[in-house]
Design a protein around this ligand. Structure first.
Ligand SMILES: Cc1cc2nc3c(=O)[nH]c(=O)nc-3n(C[C@H](O)[C@H](O)[C@H](O)COP(=O)(O)OP(=O)(O)OC[C@H]3O[C@@H](n4cnc5c(N)ncnc54)[C@H](O)[C@@H]3O)c2cc1C
Length: 405
């Protein structure tokens, strides 16, 4: 494995960099302040539309779907170059591109692919994820939202409550998993749907967070009617769809350039005054940066291995959990390190300092990443069982019908 660009990759990087330099600045988010959610999502849609119009919306998807039909390495190169800008690429576009599209492509019918993939890629359709419930997060298969078929209308009637639905207050469609059969074990009675968030009976209530933002929601579903044409995959096969979606979510972590790269941190330390001159002249800081650099490189190399697997048509399976686990832990560590380098200035900052509020946000947000998309402990269980083949957890509910639990 060689991490230097091949001549073709270098040429693609030059083209992509020039295109980004000409297009990205117009869509960048301001430093140190959070704009209104509605404005952010508007910018996010517009940025995606601009990219897709120029075949950068999805590097990997074939051109017939509006993508570039490029290689995994081109996708990596583009993500690295795009990561240099502060662009609106939050969950409001990430869930559509990284989770809904792969699931619809793998499990959906051709008319569903036709209906959802192009508009999502052009930013015309944004998505939220209606999976977690108050008593079903890590144990997602224990969810209780019910979908009951009304055969006469060829519709499903859905009742239940979802929680932590990122951006559900402003997105157009939701990916939804619901229980359609209570008489079989919990993983087997689930079905996957897509739902128009404007459907009567859907009520979205924002949750205010410690960061001051409120992009999380509780979503209540009361007699929500979903046409059977919005079911993705077979009835009772929802768990397989959910696994495709979650693999996309876990592999997507770390590819977004959200964290401060170590090179940025070194630059930052060199600009932070200390008794020794700058923070970079402090040996403890240098030691911490060297350790963080080693971890960053290890993660990068491991990600490259998984990408190689995918490019060979192999399924990384539970190994995707390793990417998510190391990325989120490393992100928290480097955010903490940035705060430590800043010392007291990391707490009380000058009015014209836009960088420190960003550090605060990263530091708080990094904690959430260790829970979202699979909490650390759950990922460790999966790695132990499915990657290392160690004995599984005791699961007394595994072969018991859901209504007998
Ligand atoms: C930033 C963020 C965004 C999110 N966005 C969405 C979204 O858009 N849509 C959505 O549906 N959900 C979303 N979630 C919810 C997320 O998927 C859940 O929070 C996550 O699955 C954990 O579930 P829980 O919060 O119910 O915690 P629980 O499952 O109750 O877990 C609590 C603690 O117990 C531990 N634990 C649980 N089971 C085990 C076990 N078997 N062995 C050892 N330890 C265990 C966990 O690791 C955790 O530390 C989001 C969460 C966050 C933080």
């Amino acid at each position: 494995m060689d991490f230097k660009d091949t001549p073709e990759e270098a040429a693609f990087r030059t083209t992509a960099r020039a295109w980004l330099a000409a297009n990205a600045p117009e869509f960048e988010l301001p430093a140190g302040v959070h704009i209104e959610d509605a404005e952010e999502i508007r910018l996010g849609r517009a940025w995606l539309a601009r990219k897709t119009a120029n075949r950068y919306g999805s590097i990997l998807l074939p051109e017939t779907y509006g993508g570039r039909g490029g290689t995994i390495m081109e996708a990596v190169v583009f993500a690295e170059e795009e990561g240099r800008y502060r662009l609106p690429r939050g969950a409001y576009v990430g869930i559509g591109i990284g989770m809904a599209i792969p699931t619809i492509l793998k499990h959906g019918r051709s008319d569903q692919v036709e209906r959802f993939v192009g508009p999502t890629l052009r930013g015309e359709m944004t998505w939220c994820q209606l999976f977690s419930e108050p008593s079903a997060g890590s144990d997602l298969a224990g969810l209780r939202t019910r979908a009951v078929k009304d055969d006469a209308a060829d519709e499903w009637v859905v009742n239940g409550q979802k929680v932590w639905s990122s951006w559900a207050h402003l997105t157009d469609w939701g990916v939804l998993i619901a229980r359609t059969d209570v008489s079989v074990p919990k993983h087997k009675g689930l079905t996957f749907f897509v739902v128009d968030m404007k459907t009567p009976g859907i009520q979205v209530r924002p949750i205010r967070q410690i960061s001051g933002l409120k992009d999380f929601n509780e979503t209540f579903l009361t007699d929500v009617r979903i046409p059977d044409t919005n079911r993705i995959g077979a009835v009772g096969e929802g768990w397989a769809c959910a696994m495709t979606l979650l693999t996309g979510e876990r592999l997507g972590q770390g590819g977004e350039g959200k964290d401060r790269g170590i090179i940025d941190l070194i630059r930052f330390a060199a600009q932070t005054p200390r008794a020794e001159a700058t923070a970079l002249d402090n040996s403890a800081v240098r030691l911490a940066l060297a350790g963080a650099y080693a971890e960053e490189q290890a993660e990068k190399h491991f990600q490259a291995r998984l990408r190689t697997m995918i490019s060979r048509g192999e399924n990384p399976g539970a190994a995707a959990s390793i990417v998510k686990l190391i990325y989120s832990n490393r992100y928290q560590k480097t955010s903490g390190l940035a705060m430590e380098i800043r010392e007291m200035a990391g707490i009380a900052h000058a009015p014209d300092d836009t960088f420190t509020p960003e550090l605060w946000y990263d530091y708080i947000w990094s904690t959430a990443l260790r829970i979202a998309g699979g909490a650390d402990e759950v990922l460790r269980n999966q790695i132990a069982e499915r990657v290392l083949g160690m004995p599984g957890e005791v699961r007394t509910d595994k072969n018991v019908a859901f209504d007998k639990l």
